[in-house]
Design a protein around this ligand. Structure first.
Ligand code: SF4
Length: 252
């Protein structure tokens, strides 16, 4: 997960030799500069311009995990942790033929399943999550993937990111914004957040992005992160957001 610093500014040092009034001034400047910084990145005109540019570049961005229903999307999303969508799609192509329903995963042979999903990494934990979530779906939710954040979070191995993927992509329900490694990096580079914690980043984004854009916005940021705004060496010369972006690690 990206944890890079979002600003090159040094922290204010303690004004030990300048008395209380100087200390008050420093505090005031710190407060003003923080507010001004946040406003600069998230003023409605700038956010609207960013959304328009994303629509222009990625009008049909969508989830790249192959799936035929909400259950398959849930399993694929669990498998995608620390793994590429391409690799997950390779694995699930055969997996979903063998395990066609939640019951098949719920009561699978764990050693066999571990072997089958091994290429996605962290296969022991993922096996526990896949089997645990499937069992809960079968035994508590009548075989159906739930449609609320609260219920999805009851499934083993499911946190907000996975729940947002399923709700948004499978059901078209905008409860929150998917915050993955690309969304973290790009939201910081585009100065839509100064936070590093995914939950806080999600709250920051939900505050400035219109709710009817939440689902598409995260798909578009993920696509942009994969295709142009890479973690190392972002291809800024090819980026249609370049005029709006003042990221410190821009390459143009
Ligand atoms: S200008 Fe560069 S850093 Fe900014 S969004 Fe585009 S690719 Fe990313």
């Amino acid at each position: 997960m990206a944890t890079r610093k979002t600003s090159g500014k040094k922290k204010s040092s303690k004004p030990a030799k300048h008395g209380k009034s100087a200390a008050r001034k420093v505090t005031a400047v710190k407060k003003i500069s923080t507010k001004a910084g946040a406003a600069a990145g998230t003023n409605p005109q700038r956010v609207a311009a960013i959304l328009a540019k994303l629509d222009e570049a990625y009008p049909s961005a969508t989830c790249e995990l192959k799936h035929e229903n909400a259950f398959q999307l849930l399993i694929s999303t669990i498998l995608s942790a620390q793994c590429t969508d391409v690799r997950v799609n390779q694995v699930t192509q055969e997996l979903y033929k063998k395990y066609a329903k939640p019951e098949a995963f719920a009561y699978a042979n764990p050693a066999e399943l571990e072997k089958e999903i091994r290429p996605t990494g962290f296969f022991r934990n993922k096996t526990k999550s896949v089997m645990g979530a499937s069992k809960a779906i079968v035994e508590k939710f009548g075989g159906q993937v739930p449609r609320t954040m609260e219920e999805l979070l009851m499934l083993p191995g499911v946190a907000r990111k996975t729940a947002n993927v399923v709700l948004g992509t499978a059901y078209g329900i905008a409860t929150g914004i998917v915050v993955d490694t690309h969304v973290i990096r790009l939201s910081q580079r585009l100065d839509l957040t100064r936070n590093v914690d995914p939950k806080k980043i999600e709250q920051d984004l939900m505050a400035v992005i219109p709710q009817n854009k939440w689902i598409q916005f995260s798909h578009q940021l993920i696509w942009h992160g994969r295709r142009v705004c890479a973690a190392r060496k972002p291809r800024c010369a090819e980026c249609n957001l370049e005029t709006l972006c003042y990221a410190p690690d821009k390459t143009v």
